[in-house]
Ligand binder design. Structure first.
Ligand SMILES: [Zn+2]
Length: 502
């Protein structure tokens, strides 16, 4: 049940405006407040999932921060003891009776035009009336804040702070509060802390309640709902343009590229008419999409050859993409060791742009702007780092016994990388430049097997480890289901295209 609008409306109805004339007496107003309290309390209690949604009601509680921190002691707002089951709320019989008798006459809308001065006087009045009004204070964590600062700013007891910090593991997060996170403090009429809510992010909050002389902590966490979504498209101009037209955002496109980037060189291999389709997750909170999740299964047909990938998370929690046969989509080497814009020169015979004569080009040139990071193509050990004739500043990495890769014309090396150091696949080792014999900034990349130059664009790269045998059966079950879904979707798309064509 969505009672958010209701709560919001209720709150507005008692919005306090200091400029407006004081027409009603304080007591009268307390009755109105009590009436609204009772109504909102009843509504929330009526909902079966009241306790599950508790954090929501807390987070959406429209208590605004007062601008000046100094004015905190003067209570600028009276907030309803909203629907917090189990807490010592203003839910006593006196309030309730007042509420039920008054609801009929008093429209919440009317309240807006007759505001009360929210001063300590009201608090006193509340006390006399024996209907306790609680006050929520809102705090946003600022740079350099600690919980002690927040307590001080809100004139809360350091003893209480001490007790809360002593609660142990559950309240450890309070030591690492971050700017932008929010706190809500609920005080009783003696200005004593009754409850505190620490909203860590939209999913997680920590609630601390006073119970007699102690504090009790509880964490509230919410989980995004995941829904599966399909997208498919055909390459007309470029992957980015066509995928975007199909409804994918940049992050999702990059995910797709990183899954198939081991097999398909998206800068060079893509052709008009290539197709892609994917099954992915979308995350929702309160019915609103908050982000795209993981790609669960995807298919890419490039120049007539179809590649399929399935995401699998093993029981240990490791996620990877595999072929339907259970081979890793990942290779032991990156196909492209630089975030390139375009490839300026391919492997093979060509006229050398500087020497102006034909010679075998033993690598691939990736034109990129100066300073573009260059990554290690695979795990390995740096066996050379320095100037090397026409290569300019270069790095050579040896990967196991058979393979080695060379990166030339670097502008500079990554700091701290020397001959003998081990690097991981994808680790930045240097930056694109034009040192040595180069017409402009580019990366010259060579791939050798047993010392022999091979075309890095076409050489068959060894795969990373396949799926663990222990999980093979589980993987197959999982992958069959996802591939069937993907097939059903592709079939539907194809059928639609067929009908539309006639
Ligand atoms: Zn070159």
């Amino acid at each position: 049940m969505n009672y958010k609008p209701f709560l919001t409306r209720d709150f507005k109805s008692i919005k306090l405006d200091e400029q407006a004339p004081k027409k009603w007496n304080t007591l009268h107003w307390l009755v109105v407040v009590a009436a609204i309290t009772a109504v909102s309390t009843l509504v929330v209690f009526a909902s079966k999932d009241a306790s599950a949604k508790r954090s929501e009601s807390l987070t959406t509680m429209p208590v605004t921060t007062s601008e000046a921190p100094e004015s905190k002691s003067v209570l600028t707002q009276i907030t309803l003891p909203l629907s917090i089951p189990g807490s010592i709320s203003g839910n006593n019989p006196a309030t309730k009776t007042a509420g039920t008798t008054q609801t009929a006459q008093v429209k919440p809308e009317g309240a807006q035009s007759h505001p009360v001065q929210p001063t300590l006087k009201n608090q006193t009045a509340a006390k006399e009336n024996t209907s306790p009004l609680y006050v929520w204070l809102d705090e946003k964590v600022r740079r350099g804040d600690s919980l002690a600062h927040l307590f001080k700013r809100n004139k809360l007891s350091p003893q209480d702070l001490h007790k809360i910090m002593q609660l142990g593991k559950t309240t450890r997060a309070l030591k690492y509060i971050q700017p932008g996170q929010t706190f809500k403090f609920r005080l009783d009429e003696q200005q004593q802390l009754v409850e505190m809510v620490y909203q860590q992010n939209r999913f997680q909050s920590l609630r601390i309640e006073r119970q007699d002389d102690k504090f009790v902590a509880s964490t509230l966490s919410r989980v995004a709902q995941k829904r599966q979504q399909h997208i498919s498209g055909t390459i007309q101009s470029s992957l980015f343009v066509d995928a975007k037209n199909a409804g994918m955002n940049a992050a999702l496109i990059m995910d797709l590229v990183s899954i198939f980037g081991w097999d398909i060189d998206f800068a060079l291999d893509l052709r008009k008419g290539d197709t892609f389709s994917l099954l992915y997750e979308e995350h929702f909170l309160d019915g609103l999409k908050i982000k795209d999740g993981d790609i669960l299964a995807a298919q890419f047909t490039n120049q007539g050859r179809t590649y399929r990938a399935i995401r699998y998370t093993d029981p240990k929690g490791n996620s990877n993409y595999y072929t339907p046969e259970g081979l890793s989509m990942r290779k032991a080497f990156l196909r492209t060791p630089v975030d390139f814009r375009r490839i300026s020169s391919r492997f093979g015979k060509r006229k050398h742009p500087v020497l102006n004569r034909m010679r075998l080009h033993k690598g691939v040139d990736y034109a990129a702007s100066r300073g573009t990071p260059v990554k290690a193509a695979g795990d390995g050990k740096i066996i050379f780092r320095g100037r090397k004739g026409g290569y300019g500043k270069a790095i050579i990495i040896r990967h196991g016994g058979r393979y080695s890769t060379l990166y030339a014309h670097l502008n500079n090396y990554r700091r701290g990388l020397y001959t003998g150091k081990f690097v991981k696949q994808g680790q930045i080792i240097g930056y694109v430049g034009s040192t040595g014999r180069a017409t402009g900034p580019h990366l010259h990349y060579e791939f050798r097997i047993n010392g022999v130059h091979r075309n890095p664009l076409t050489v068959k790269l060894p795969n990373a480890a396949p799926i663990n045998k222990k999980f093979k059966a589980d993987f197959e079950q999982h992958s069959l289901k996802l591939l069937a879904q993907l097939d059903a979707f592709n079939f539907k798309i194809a059928a639609n295209a067929y009908t539309q064509a006639f």
